[in-house]
Design a protein around this ligand. Sequence first.
Ligand code: COA
Ligand code: ZN
Length: 317
Amino acid sequence: MSPHAPQGRWQGQSRRIHMQEVGTRDGLQMESVFVPTEEKIALVNALSETGLAKIEVTSFVSPKAIPALRDAEIVMREITRKPGFVYAALVPNVRGVERAIDAQTDELNLVMSASETHNQSNLRMSRDESFTALSQVAQAGRQAGVSINVSLSCSFGCPMEGDVAEQSVLDGCRRFIEEWGSHGVTLCDTTGMAYPSQVYTLIQAFRSRWPDTELTLHFHNTRGLGLANVLAAIDAGADRFDSSLGGLGGCPYAPGATGNVCSEEIVHALELMGYDTGVDLNALIVAARRLPALIGHDIPSQIVKAGQRLDLHPKAC
Ligand code: COA
Ligand code: ZN
């Protein structure tokens, strides 16, 4: 813990914050190169050893829509499972659930959008159709004894429609939790439209209604507000975040989408403030350094570029 951390609201006081890695899903879905299957498996295995809470390993979506993840089955089957660790995958429909369950996925992440326009472009159906289709998907998952999480894209704004009403986000959450029996909900800021005061209000509203539901926040750093939003969310009672190794990521069906909040940047910041992420930051940085060779370009990570706060330099002459 930093000796300079002040007391009060900025002091983590060893509170546990759960970090969930989405780089191999949200990150790689946006890349034009196909990362070889054995490299994906090796990356997931390395991430399993870093103390993260959960990994979204891949997506069981149409291989025509997201060719970068066309090897979902092999990756999910061949990774080395660490006991107690949750290996999740995104599924858009019943076909995806069948494939995911067959490949022994621990948790299904169902996805729909808080915005009608984004739902149409991402999933090619209306929100009403998604509610109907995904309730069947959730039922199929529950019958198979698999844990269900629902991700609500564009919960903090839509790049095509603008503001999304908080009540509409909460209405969606009510259906997921009270009607479908979802174990968890993820509020996604798909294109970095969230800002701290908005985040605080929405999370407080969510928490006061569903204190026992596993709530995850999924921020993108599109406008540089990622870490500020994480801190506002923690202030409002959140303790679970998606993040992406190296800061990769983005939705191919959302104009202007860029990377998720960067795993090593968030862990670095939270640990300095005295929060307990349980993550081995050095191991995470080593894993992030593998990315440029795999994807063929530089990564946004400021921690890979600059090092940790106390990585000191020799005195300049
Ligand atoms: N797994 C594998 N193949 C699938 C599939 C799945 N879960 N869902 C659909 N397909 C295949 C169908 O078999 C069909 O293949 P064919 O053309 O060879 O017959 C093709 O995809 C189209 O299927 P259809 O049922 O008409 O679906 P669609 O065209 O309406 O596609 C989605 C809807 C959402 C399944 C598809 O667009 C998709 O997977 N998109 C990716 C969404 C995504 O990952 N977004 C980013 C993350 S939020
Ligand atoms: Zn995302």
